[in-house]
Design a protein around this ligand. Structure first.
Ligand code: ADP
Ligand code: MG
Length: 250
């Protein structure tokens, strides 16, 4: 689905992403691991259109998507979540989900004036969709809770829920498991697996927890110093001398 070729992203003279090439297969849950500062988040930012690349290309289903802005990628079904969840804290969980889909007719004054009936219907559809998402993620009991009151793990689930409000094809997850307790980590992992199997989502996820990665991801890609060091199953990665050295060297 995604083919990254010789991608670079430099900050001044510093090469955060330094000639990365990788592929993400349709239907996979691909893991992306590597020591801190390896360039993983920067790579995600470039793929997801948050940062322009210095050079290189990103293809999606054979189409060149290099440097496209996030909203265009969003329409193509490419979404990312952030390492730090950024919910609308004073709104409820359900309202947060309803904020996601773009291109609703409620957006302009003109439409508000002339198409009240249609807007009302769209709101009902959105509400229904939001409730389905909450049920899927088993957090329907939290629907009226203010998002700011959620735990770190629940916020991560909400982020995942936001990707379900649109028809995502591929979702990039940046450390959804970081700082999340064991129970919620299982809920998140389970939601990811079900989205993959039941809804056909492809995932690429950055994660530090090797047990979590091992349970969910095949293949696993290892990055170090802006480059891809290795790719394989979790067991192959763990036995790879270069990988071990890259981790020990930091
Ligand atoms: P990872 O997610 O693998 O821990 P990052 O992609 O966040 O790594 O960062 C890779 C390197 O790029 C780090 O050394 C970081 O300090 C640097 N870096 C990231 N973003 C910027 C930026 N906006 N300006 C300058 N340096 C940056
Ligand atoms: Mg990071």
């Amino acid at each position: 689905m995604i083919v990254v070729k010789d991608l670079h992203r430099h900050f001044g003279g510093f090469r955060a992403v330094d000639g990365t090439s990788l592929e993400i297969a349709t239907g996979s849950i691909t893991g992306l691991v590597g020591p801190n500062g390896a360039g993983k988040s920067t790579l995600f930012n470039v793929i997801a259109g948050v940062l322009p690349p210095t050079s290189g290309t990103v293809m999606m289903d054979g189409e060149d998507i290099t440097g496209l802005p996030p909203h265009e990628l969003f329409h193509k079904g490419l979404l990312r979540t952030f390492q730090i969840a950024h919910e609308f804290s004073s709104m409820t969980v359900r309202e947060n989900l309803m904020m996601v889909p773009s291109g609703q007719s409620g957006e302009t004054l003109w439409n508000t004036w002339f198409h009240r009936a249609r807007i009302a219907q769209e709101e009902r559809d959105l509400l229904k969709k939001a409730d389905e998402v909450l049920e899927f993620l088993t957090i329907d009991h939290l629907k009226d809770e203010r998002a700011g009151n959620l735990s770190g793990g629940q916020k991560k689930l909400l982020e995942l829920g936001r990707t379900m409000m649109v028809d995502a094809k591929i979702v990039f997850l940046d450390e959804v498991g970081a700082g999340v307790n064991r129970t919620l980590l299982y809920t998140i992992g389970d939601a990811i697996q079900r989205l993959n199997r039941e809804r056909g989502y492809t995932f690429c996820m950055i994660e530090h927890d090797m047990e979590f990665i091992g349970r969910l991801c095949d293949p696993v890609i290892v990055m170090a110093e802006g480059k891809v060091l290795a790719k394989g199953t979790i067991d192959e990665i763990k036995a790879n001398e270069e990988v071990i050295e890259a981790y020990l060297g930091t």
